[in-house]
Design a protein around this ligand. Structure first.
Ligand code: ASP
Length: 366
């Protein structure tokens, strides 16, 4: 009930905002955390290869950063890294930078390579419990130092979203998001879908939280609000003893055994067909049941981008239910993996129960 009232309050604010779409946020302060990725790169004149730009060069390409009414401070990873090299250690660095400066800034923008941005942004959505300020990830498909680059629009709009507040001074989007090519998505609903087009990300099972055209139009009824009285709580311990097992027609017992009998394994994302279906072979059921009986948590995630797992809808998913496999509903692999690693690290005794629950908007539990 409390949450419902909170949302309707925001809806009222939204209605008023629509009449005055230009919201200016004098003195808003945003911390820009640069981790690396294409957005930070320029072409090296000698080798012609793309290399990370130092902060001074980066700022020279984006003088607009310091021309708005928003106060932007920058902190950068040294060295800047390609997002293929990002994992739990870097997630901790990012989340700790946000937590350390939480009271000083109105919002945070994280520059990140696009390749694993959905993993990092999903991880931070679970790490930063009770987040009350925007943490907006962005990057670009073309380097900042290239004429047609999408870097400038992505970055400047992400900063505006991170600074956006209502007339009571509350952040408009107080959750972890990805802003890319005119759309703002809930981070833990995103997947990188395109390696070439500017529209690199999609949120297949949840609508965008905002769209940016001439005005930025927010959708408050879709935004996740934490309890405003609850303090930000940082979770940092990941257990990476997890695996993704993608089923395919003709999959052999030796392959499934090799994964499920991995020493130390604690959690598995089982990528299944359609509404969560799997071959009905007895050996598969036995392997899954043995693993579950040993305490390994297995969660059913459909290989389809759109739609939800519905175990029991077809006879071919009954074995999974009987074996003790959990439903992942409409969660993404990126969100499920990062949620699983964090719960196994932080709350191993409750991990199974919490994996079946929605924690911060990452899935629709029916
Ligand atoms: N390889 C780059 C990265 O993910 C690609 C990009 O930024 O778009 O860091």
């Amino acid at each position: 009930m409390a949450i419902f009232l909170h949302i309707s309050k925001k809806n009222t604010i939204f209605a008023r905002k629509l009449e005055t779409p230009f919201i200016f946020h004098k003195m808003s302060k945003v911390l820009l955390i640069s981790t690396g990725g294409t957005i930070t790169m320029v072409r090296d004149k000698r080798s012609n290869a793309l290399v990370p730009a130092d902060m001074e060069t980066f700022k020279a390409y984006l003088p607009e950063l310091f021309e708005t009414s928003i106060d932007v401070d920058i902190q950068a990873f040294t060295p800047l890294i390609d997002s293929s090299d990002i994992g739990p250690i870097s997630w901790n660095r990012m989340a700790q930078m946000v937590a350390a400066h939480y009271d000083e800034y109105d919002g945070f923008v994280i520059l990140h390579g696009t390749d694993t941005m959905s993993y990092s942004a999903s991880a931070l959505s679970f790490m930063l419990e009770n987040l009350g300020k925007p943490v907006v990830f962005t990057g670009s498909q073309l380097p900042v130092g290239v004429l047609r680059s999408d870097a400038k629009e992505n970055l400047l709009t992400a900063i505006e979203i991170a600074a956006a507040k209502d007339e009571d001074g509350n952040a408009i989007v107080p959750e972890v998001t990805i802003y890319f090519e005119s759309q703002l998505f809930r981070a833990n609903r995103t997947t990188k879908r395109n390696a070439e087009h500017f529209s690199a990300f999609n949120s297949y099972n949840y609508p965008p939280l905002a769209k940016a055209g001439v005005h930025i139009i927010y959708q408050p009824h879709l935004i996740h609000y934490s309890d405003p009285k609850a303090p930000l709580t940082l979770h940092t311990v990941f257990d990476t003893n997890v695996a993704v097992l993608k089923l395919f027609p003709g999959i052999q017992p030796a392959v499934v055994k090799a994964v499920l009998r991995t020493r130390g394994l604690k959690g598995v994302v089982l990528e299944t067909f359609g509404a969560g279906n799997a071959p009905s072979d007895k050996w598969l059921y036995k392997e899954l049941k043995n693993a579950v009986d040993k305490g390994i948590i297995i969660v059913n995630k459909t290989q389809c981008n759109i739609g939800s797992v519905e175990m029991g809808l077809y006879a071919v998913s009954l074995n999974l239910m009987k074996a003790g496999v959990l439903s992942g509903y409409d969660i993404t692999t990126e969100a499920l993996l990062t949620k699983m690693m964090l719960l196994l690290g932080e709350k191993p005794e409750n991990a199974r129960e919490l994996l079946g629950k929605e924690l911060c908007g990452e899935m629709t539990v029916d």
